[in-house]
Design a protein around this ligand. Structure first.
Ligand code: FES
Length: 132
């Protein structure tokens, strides 16, 4: 498989793996009362807003009126709510085995998350891929 993005992709992957290892050692942070979430899209949309701590990224998207595809309605079975974590991966709840299985090994290793499963525990920035 050709690497279309060059070494930058590997550096981002290494950063995400490092964040994940540090988070695993520390355990999840306490749930804040409120936090900020930033959604970015491929089409250049950027939406930032304050949300209650501990809710899922999918609930955050609804709260901020950001379109995130979610065919199974948040049941962790379709994978269409996949988002890429740009910043703050260690401020999301840890991914459970079912989420990792639905994501697949490649997307899981890249640090992607399912918006319906990842709960915000601090300020995060995520990118919502354009599916269609
Ligand atoms: S909405 Fe289907 S896996 Fe998240």
């Amino acid at each position: 498989m050709a690497d279309r993005e060059g070494p930058g992709r590997l550096l981002r992957l290494g950063k995400r793996i490092g964040q994940r290892l540090r988070a695993a050692r520390r355990g999840p942070p306490p749930v804040p009362e409120r936090t900020t979430v930033v959604f970015q899209t491929d089409s250049g949309q950027r939406v930032e807003g304050e949300v209650p701590g501990g809710i899922s990224l999918l609930a955050c998207a609804r709260h901020l009126d950001v379109r995130v595809t979610h065919y199974c309605g948040g049941m962790c079975s379709c994978g269409t709510c996949r988002v890429e974590v740009v910043d703050g991966a260690d401020l999301l709840s840890p991914a459970l085995p079912n989420e990792r299985m639905v994501l697949g090994a490649e997307r899981d290793a890249a640090g992607d998350r399912l918006a319906c499963q990842a709960r915000v525990l601090g300020p995060v920035v995520v990118r919502v891929p354009d599916w269609f």
